[in-house]
Design a protein around this ligand. Structure first.
Ligand code: C5P
Length: 232
């Protein structure tokens, strides 16, 4: 598996996003992540436009519903020709299997499908006292990751600090996609459990998702190239 850097395009409009991507016209086309904010504001057309410019796309919509609904929704996303999509592992095995079925095209190909185990915004305290989940956060993450593997998914989104645990549980080929990345000499913003691109590589991340360290940099192309140099 080839490591890669995914830029989180957390913009509120198509114009802002395309202006940003214009900066990369003379370089290698970055793999980009489109999240709920941009997708709900602009609809599927934003995906088509970015795809037409030659970027690979991780569509981060975190589906979580009954299996039939997720299967039908995934058929639509697969036809959009995205490269990676995700679901919540909390939807359980039948939902994840339905997602794989919905994504798989007539020719047998499909986008990569990864699962969110537990949101990094969920604390150990909320896990036990609000969600009434008894086992520890790490046990829950390991179990949800192995459920995802069993359902035929390709990997999980997790903190880079959990990537080692996921690889130990599910094997080296099970993908880890990790946000929470900061350069060694930069501010953390609102991220808590962060690490550098180089450390994420050592721990075993396959893809790092990087937003503000690139999108808010004075020279985004240089920041992207620095990420590639440190990580890939
Ligand atoms: O700007 P920053 O590098 O913090 O952006 C990280 C991106 O990864 C954002 O799009 C954020 O929503 C996403 N993300 C995250 N933590 C998760 C899952 C997704 O930061 N657990």
């Amino acid at each position: 598996m080839n490591r890669d850097v995914i830029i989180a395009c957390d913009f509120s409009s198509k114009e802002a996003c395309l202006d940003f991507l214009d900066k990369f016209s003379g370089t290698r086309k970055p793999f980009v992540k489109i999240g709920m904010e941009l997708f709900y504001a602009e609809g599927p057309d934003i995906v088509r436009q970015i795809k037409a410019r030659g970027h690979r796309i991780f569509l981060d919509l975190k589906l979580h519903d009954i299996p039939n609904t997720v299967k039908k929704a995934m058929q639509v996303l697969s036809a959009l020709d995205v490269d990676m999509v995700n679901v919540h592992a909390a939807g359980a095995g039948a939902m994840m299997k339905a997602a794989v079925e919905g994504l798989t095209r007539a020719d047998g190909t499909r986008p990569l499908l990864i699962a969110v185990t537990q949101l990094t915004s969920t604390s150990e305290e909320a896990l036990h006292n609000e969600l009434l989940i008894g086992p520890s956060m790490n046990e829950t993450i390991a179990k949800y990751a192995s459920n995802a593997k069993e359902a035929g998914l390709d990997g999980v989104v997790c903190s880079p600090l959990e990537a080692g645990l996921v690889k130990e549980t599910c094997g080296r080929d099970f993908l880890t996609v990790t946000p929470g990345i900061r350069f060694a000499d930069a501010q953390a913003d609102d991220q808590v459990r962060i690490t550098t691109p180089a450390r994420a590589r050592e721990i075993g991340s396959d893809y790092i998702v990087v937003g503000r360290p690139i999108t808010a940099a004075p020279d985004p192309v240089a920041a992207y190239e620095r990420c590639l140099k440190e990580f890939v």
